[in-house]
Structures are given as C-alpha cells and as structure tokens.
Design a protein around this ligand. Structure first.
Ligand SMILES: Nc1ncnc2c1ncn2[C@@H]1O[C@H](COP(=O)(O)OP(=O)(O)OP(=O)(O)O)[C@@H](O)[C@H]1O
Ligand SMILES: [Mg+2]
Length: 233
C-alpha cells in the first residue's frame, strides 16, 4: 500500500466539507464557479481552501488575479493566502511552463500534492476539476472519499449528454452529488432543468451569461460584483 494515502487522510481530517466542482465538458465554467464559491464562502467567514486539480490547464490563478504567491515549507507545504482563501495549484511549481503529464503521472502528482499540503482546519475545500470524466474523477473518489460533486453545465444537449455519463458514474460509485448548476444561460428555455429533474438529481439554479465577465477576470471585487447580480449567489 502507498503510505501517502494514509498521510492524505490525516491531512484532510480537519476539513468539514470537500466540494469537487466538475462537469465533464470543457469550458462550461467550472473554474469560475469554483473561484466564486470559494470567494463567497471566505467572505461569509468560512475557512476556505481552493485546490486547482486541472494540471493540464490550471486557471484559478488567472481568475483570481494571483501572481508570485508561493507556498511555505513547514513539515509539508502550507498553501499561500489568496484573498483570504488557502490556494493550492501546480502553478506554484510550474509557473508559466506547461506541465504535460499523463495517465499515472497525473494520479501521482495529485497524490503528492494531497500528501504534502497542510490545509489545517477548513470549513470548505473547493476543488476545481479538470474537464473529462475519467482519471481525475476516479482519483478524487478514491482519494477523497468525502468529496461531494457539484456539476456545472451549459444548456447544450451535447454537454448534457456528457453530464449524464458523469452522473451515472458518480451514482454507480456512490459518490455524493450536491446537484447541477446551469451556467452561461442565454435563453429562457427550461429543458435542462427538466432533464436534470428526470435524472433524480437536484437542479440548483441558473447563472446567466454575463457579457461583462471577461473584463472582470483577475479582479475579485469586480467578479463578485458581476456574479452577485445573479440570484444563485
Ligand atoms: N456565466 C458566465 N458568463 C460569461 N462568461 C462566463 C460565465 N461563466 C464562465 N464564463 C467564461 O467562460 C470561459 C470558461 O470558463 P471556465 O474557465 O471557468 O470553464 P471551465 O469549465 O473551468 O473550463 P476548462 O474545462 O477548460 O477547465 C471563461 O472565459 C469564463 O470567464
Ligand atoms: Mg477549468
């Protein structure tokens, strides 16, 4: 047995809830939602951690406008503070260099990161998942048994097809599902909420497409200003 797995359990024992923001499809708003959730929880006074598990395309640091913050080494790694959030990402180590790792190496990098990171006491650990429903999802279920999945989707039938597969996988593996959020909504169609309802999964609400969001990226106050206009927050 890999001794790091026991260390991971110890590292996570003081975290009340672990929420993996997933969706299967790429570009549906997982990173943005994970970042906004972490910011809102932190501003509400909850101790919050944010883990970017998208090793191939980490983007939380861009959303939050972070530059140069480095973790501290002390019997492990203490994540740097980002706007009141403990933030961990491969970006701390790889910088702007690509990290083209695959297969078992991705699993190993995840195990390593989870084994070295000292989160301490947290109310919430939010995980930004990479696109796809394969390795990383299975690893999170295996390594972080308490992880609850929050699914982000758009109102596309193509995306819904992937969400369906992801939900089936999570149900099959008995992973907790918080529910589904429809992001970047452009129409008043309710087909998605009905489809999700038919799958017996909570439909949590809709976030409109926000044409001003791109200008707010990198500025957390502007992002929160933009999002707080939406009823879901
Ligand atoms: N509600 C929204 N309104 C407008 N733009 C949005 C909205 N949500 C996300 N975006 C934009 O859509 C793009 C994709 O968002 P994001 O990077 O969060 O998606 P993702 O699911 O994490 O993508 P990936 O699968 O590549 O990791 C970003 O440019 C983001 O700013
Ligand atoms: Mg992302």
């Amino acid at each position: 047995m890999d001794p790091r797995l026991t260390i991971i359990e110890r590292r996570l024992k003081d975290i009340k809830r672990i929420i993996a923001v997933s969706g299967g499809k790429g570009g549906v708003g997982k990173s943005l939602t994970a970042s906004v959730m972490a910011l809102i929880f932190s501003r509400l006074g909850y101790k919050t951690g944010l883990l970017d598990l998208d090793f191939g395309g980490p983007s939380i640091h861009t959303v939050l406008g972070l530059k140069g913050a480095l973790p501290r080494e002390e019997k492990g790694i203490i994540p740097p503070d980002a706007h009141g959030i403990k933030f961990m990402s491969i970006i701390h180590y790889a910088g702007d260099n690509p990290s083209p790792i695959r297969g078992i190496d991705i699993s190993n990098a995840m195990i390593e990161l989870l084994a070295i990171t000292r989160w301490g006491r947290l109310d919430f650990l939010i995980i930004d998942m990479p696109p796809g429903i394969g390795d990383s999802t299975l690893d999170v279920i295996r390594l972080l048994k308490r992880a609850e999945f929050l699914i982000i989707t758009t109102e596309s039938r193509v995306t819904l097809d992937v969400v369906n597969k992801l939900l089936n996988l999570l149900k099959e593996l008995k992973a907790p599902i918080i529910g589904v959020i429809e992001n970047m909504k452009l129409t008043r169609s309710s087909f998605l909420s009905k489809e999700i309802g038919a799958l017996d999964v909570p439909f949590l609400g809709e976030i409109d497409f926000d044409s001003g969001l791109e200008d707010a990226i990198g500025n957390v106050d502007h992002i929160l200003g933009s999002y707080s206009k939406d009823p879901i927050c």
